[in-house]
Design a protein around this ligand. Structure first.
Ligand code: NAP
Length: 268
């Protein structure tokens, strides 16, 4: 079985995917910034009979990533699969548009993936065998409200993976882009979700449902996974609306700028 380097392994989608791939017999090199969360995942995977290594590191730091890869390969062997999953970001607001915050989202979701690819690709090309996987988002399908940075980053990521797929044709390295819609990471808290002050996210799916679909697409080395179909179709349809109707339909549906200093985190 191969060795998979998975970024964003400490929580959410990455943590669940790491458990799943480890259960399939893949040795897991786990990257995220919070080492203690990675350590607890390593213990969990080892107790279930798998193999894993914690590599605390920031994906926006390309030298740190290169060092993490060297440690992974020294300990586990050549990395045969990358799952570049680290990502996320704060909402973008037109009032007080902040280009530094914009840059941080691009750094994490786009440059972080490029850094991860740069670390593993030379070895894969030399061996003529490998698999590059990235977690994009349906938010990359079009600009969504209060998501200028995140939509731009995930849209850029989709094009990055498309170009790699073309350029790597015939070189033994497969490319997979995962594009989920909203993924629920926890059960809704009382007073939130459908009945609470926070708007429910449309067509949101459960974490384990999402990662089961992602696992299947990874193992099949599918070109792309887009889900849920209902949200993908809805987003696609907004692009077809004439006369600026899409802006009318979507305006005001994003996150509101919070009065407090701490803006809420956004995900799609
Ligand atoms: N949840 C959704 O609705 C949804 C929908 C579509 C796409 N996605 C995408 O799915 C991926 C996983 O998101 P999630 O929902 O599972 O969110 P999450 O629980 O917040 O996971 C994000 C992961 O990325 C890691 N990370 C963040 N910044 C990092 C950095 N600079 N260097 C290394 N690791 C970093 C985090 O770990 P540390 O903080 O420990 O570094 C964490 O493990 C992201 O790419 C996200 O854009 C999510």
């Amino acid at each position: 079985m191969g060795v998979t380097l998975l970024t964003g392994a400490s929580t959410g989608i990455g943590r669940s995917l790491a458990r799943r791939l480890a259960a399939r017999g893949e040795a897991m090199a786990l990257v995220a910034r919070r080492g203690e969360l990675l350590d607890s995942l390593v213990i969990e995977i080892e107790q279930a009979g798998g193999q894993a290594l914690a590599l605390p590191c920031d994906v926006t730091d390309r030298d740190a990533l290169a060092r993490a890869l060297a440690s992974a390969e020294a300990e586990l062997g050549p990395v045969t699969r990358l799952v570049a999953n680290a990502g996320g970001g704060e909402p973008t607001f037109v009032d007080g548009f902040d280009s530094a915050a914009f840059e941080a989202v691009i750094q994490l979701n786009l440059i972080g993936v490029a850094n991860s690819v740069a670390a593993v690709l030379p070895g894969m090309l030399a061996r003529g065998d490998g698999h590059l996987v990235a977690t994009g988002s349906l938010a990359g399908r079009r600009g969504l409200p209060s998501a200028a940075a995140y939509s731009a980053a995930k849209g850029g990521l989709a094009n990055l993976m498309d170009s790699l797929r073309i350029d790597l044709r015939g070189r033994g390295v497969a490319v997979t882009l995962l594009m989920p819609g909203f993924v629920r990471k926890h059960e809704p808290k009382p007073g939130r979700g459908k009945t609470g002050r926070r708007r429910s996210k449309p067509f949101r799916v459960d974490l384990e449902y999402a990662t089961a679909r992602m696992e299947k697409a990874i193992l099949a080395r599918r070109r792309q996974l887009v889900f849920p179909l209902s949200l993908a179709v809805a987003i696609g349809l907004t692009r077809l609306l004439p006369f600026g109707l899409d802006a009318r339909l979507l305006a005001g549906r994003g996150r509101r700028r919070p009065a407090a200093a701490q803006p809420p985190r956004t995900r799609l």
